[in-house]
Design a protein. Structure first.
Length: 661
């Protein structure tokens, strides 16, 4: 919709933000079209995050002022003397006629329109068309039944019937600001309850029922109830806490209701009588797209009443509550989704190496136990180390994801439980079998050649000697193969064993084509000569890369402010205080306390978790000895190691997979 003329209007329109992030902002216009929204190209720019970039506009047509919602995300609510009108249609723009004094709710901002004659105007009225048609006439108020009702308002909307002197408005304004800082549902509801009892002194009882189906939400048990002070609930335990008839009406109509006994006459239900309710207010909690639930307060047990002004205020409170509850549920949904992502990531990593299954969960558990103990320390070097709840959550995620980078490490490296894999050992056995058969054949050929030359006697003693030598060779090769299998899986290979492997690598046997073949290939010799562990230098470099990869991959996730340190904590879990760790070789104070805790837990679980092909799981006592040796060498934080051994171990002993002492 565009104006057919750019001439000024005879009306001077002023917009004033009376609540919201831009509270106090005011501007006056003599133009025929005023746009509002977050985009800086609008005439009236708002910083409210719930306002769309191009949210709404005010236009003048044939002497009328029209407020038009421009298919905004959250819609708009217009309150005049005659009507409260919700405009929310994402398919097409909607409008309503307004006059001076009207109040418009956009997002969480309440804006008052003031209209006066413009003394500088040339009195030329700009002609507008709305969707190609004349502007709609002012809406008339809907018919009221014998209950007092109020249309749902999605955010805090103040009807002009409310007196500005009502001090409770300040309470509700303060609530809106406080709710913006909360994301936990229990905290949101606690604040709403506290505000409700402050704003409505007649209220004795508060209830919230959550659900989107009008039929179900009207009969199910409330999600939360609260009474003022020590006021007891009705003596009749079988009586329902809420009236299903009132709840159903509000859920179906999505209008707030103020009920008193006289307003329903003969329709008063037994549940209302049993609860001793003189008056109650019930409002729908309407989210962006659906009903979230219902909120009710009542005066059960006392004769107090509510007024129409109370209902208007309660409607505002319910709108604030709906926004906050929806945001809290969205936050919960995001957190559940993130927890699922973390769990799936951990499972994917550990599925590549069944031997380490459960490692990440245990490391996270041990690390948080250590952090919890440190938080309680009130003296000594660890007194200054304290992690708040956000830092504890950050540490948990970092511990769970510390091996995230292993997803990029080759599976044959991750699962390398021996210096030589089974397939390579099988090939060596076949090679040994081939070696003895070809050697035996060579001996026979040499014996035949001697017979032909007359260098040997055909008395059978020569064949017997060859057969015995063959038997000795088979025994030697079988023993050598068994010894190689042992060497392949040992945790530590002695120097003399390495020398024997290299000597074996120099030995050869005759091949079918007359050349000589080695018993062991060079790469097999090098792998069997790995003194500690099972990885050769190249594989070790690749395995160590997982720490840097963890940080690199996790750094690509858009973490919230309170979780920003997850990548660097996870990526540094192999750093040592003396600078011998990796990937960055950090020194001393360069390593965060959280990382130091994670490193201790990671080493402890790697030692005690499960048997490996090349070593047995260490006992708790042996694992602590190794941790203490590392701390004595200034590789681990000695204060944290001492606390881990003396306080944490007794707390986690039942969770250690192999707690053998």
């Amino acid at each position: 919709m565009r104006p057919e003329s750019n001439e000024t209007t005879s009306k001077m329109m002023s917009l004033t933000v009376i609540s919201g992030p831009d509270e106090g902002k005011t501007k006056s216009y003599s133009q025929s079209r005023i746009t509002m929204g977050r985009d800086t190209r609008n005439d009236f720019v708002l910083s409210d995050g719930f306002v769309s970039n191009r949210h709404a506009e005010l236009v003048v047509e044939n002497g009328q002022i029209l407020f038009r919602d421009l298919k905004s995300r959250h819609g708009s609510t217009v309150v005049t003397d005659a009507v409260t009108k919700k405009l929310h249609d994402e398919e097409r723009a909607r409008h309503v006629a307004v006059e001076s004094g009207a109040e418009v709710q956009v997002g969480s901002s309440l804006i008052r329109l003031t209209v006066a004659e413009d003394p500088l105007s040339n009195r030329t009225t700009t002609n507008y068309k709305v969707d190609g048609k004349p502007a709609a006439p002012k809406l008339e108020p809907s018919e009221r039944d014998n209950l007092i009702t109020a249309a749902h308002q999605p955010v805090k909307t103040i009807n002009r019937s409310l007196e500005s002197a009502d001090t409770r408005l300040a309470v509700l304004f303060r609530l809106a600001g406080q709710l913006n800082g909360l994301t936990a549902l229990d905290e949101v509801l606690d604040l709403i309850i506290e505000t409700t009892f402050d704003a409505f002194p007649a209220t004795n009882f508060f209830a919230v029922t959550l659900g989107a189906d009008p039929d179900e939400v009207s009969v199910q048990e409330p999600f939360l109830t609260r009474t003022r002070g020590e006021i007891p609930l009705p003596d009749n335990e079988d009586a329902p806490l809420l009236s299903s008839s009132i709840l159903h009406r509000v859920a179906t109509s999505q209008e707030s209701i103020l009920f008193t006994k006289d307003s329903l006459g003969s329709e008063v239900t037994q549940s209302i009588l049993d609860a001793k309710i003189t008056a109650c207010m019930c409002a729908p909690l309407v989210g962006q797209k659906s009903l979230l639930g219902l909120m009710q307060v009542d005066t059960r047990g006392r004769g107090s009443l509510f007024t129409r002004q109370d209902l208007e205020l309660f409607n505002i409170l319910a709108s604030n509550a709906a926004f906050a509850i929806e945001r809290a549920r969205l936050t919960e949904s995001i957190m559940e989704m993130f927890e699922g992502f973390v769990a799936a990531s951990v499972n994917a990593i550990e599925a590549r190496d069944p031997v380490t299954a459960g490692h990440s969960e245990r490391v996270a558990h041990y690390t948080l136990e250590l952090a919890d103990v440190v938080n309680d320390i009130e003296t000594g070097p660890l007194y200054d180390v304290f992690l708040d709840p956000d830092e504890m959550r950050e540490l948990r995620y970092a511990a769970l994801l510390h091996d995230f980078g292993k997803i990029a490490v080759r599976e044959d490296v991750i699962q390398k439980g021996a210096r030589l894999p089974r397939e390579t050992m099988r090939l060596i056995r076949q090679r040994f079998e081939t070696a003895r058969e070809l050697t035996y054949r060579q001996w026979l050929q040499e014996y035949v050649a001697k017979l032909e030359r007359g260098d040997a006697r055909p008395d059978g003693r020569g064949l017997a000697k060859i057969d015995q030598t063959y038997v000795d060779l088979c025994k030697e090769l079988d023993e050598t193969y068994e010894w190689l299998e042992e060497i392949s899986t040992k945790g530590y290979v002695q120097d003399e064993e390495i020398a024997r492997v290299r000597e074996l690598g120099e030995k050869t046997f005759p091949s079918a084509d007359g050349t000589r073949q080695p018993y062991l290939r060079p790469e097999e010799v090098e792998n069997l000569c790995i003194q500690k562990g099972t990885l050769n230098e190249e594989e070790w470099v690749e395995m160590r890369s997982h720490a840097a990869l963890s940080e690199s991959y996790l750094d690509q996730i858009p973490w919230s402010d309170e979780l920003q340190s997850i990548p660097c904590i996870a990526g540094a879990h192999h750093e040592k205080l003396d600078g011998t760790g990796y990937p960055q070789g950090l020194l001393g104070d360069e390593i965060m306390p959280q990382v130091r805790m994670l490193t201790i837990s990671d080493i402890f679980d790697a030692l005690t978790a499960s048997d490996r092909p090349y070593r047995k799981a260490a006992t708790i006592e042996r694992a602590l000895e190794i941790l203490n040796l590392e701390s004595d060498e200034n590789k681990l934080d000695d204060d944290l190691v001492e606390v881990f051994g003396s306080i944490v171990i007794p707390r986690i002993q039942d969770d250690i997979p192999n707690p053998r002492d």
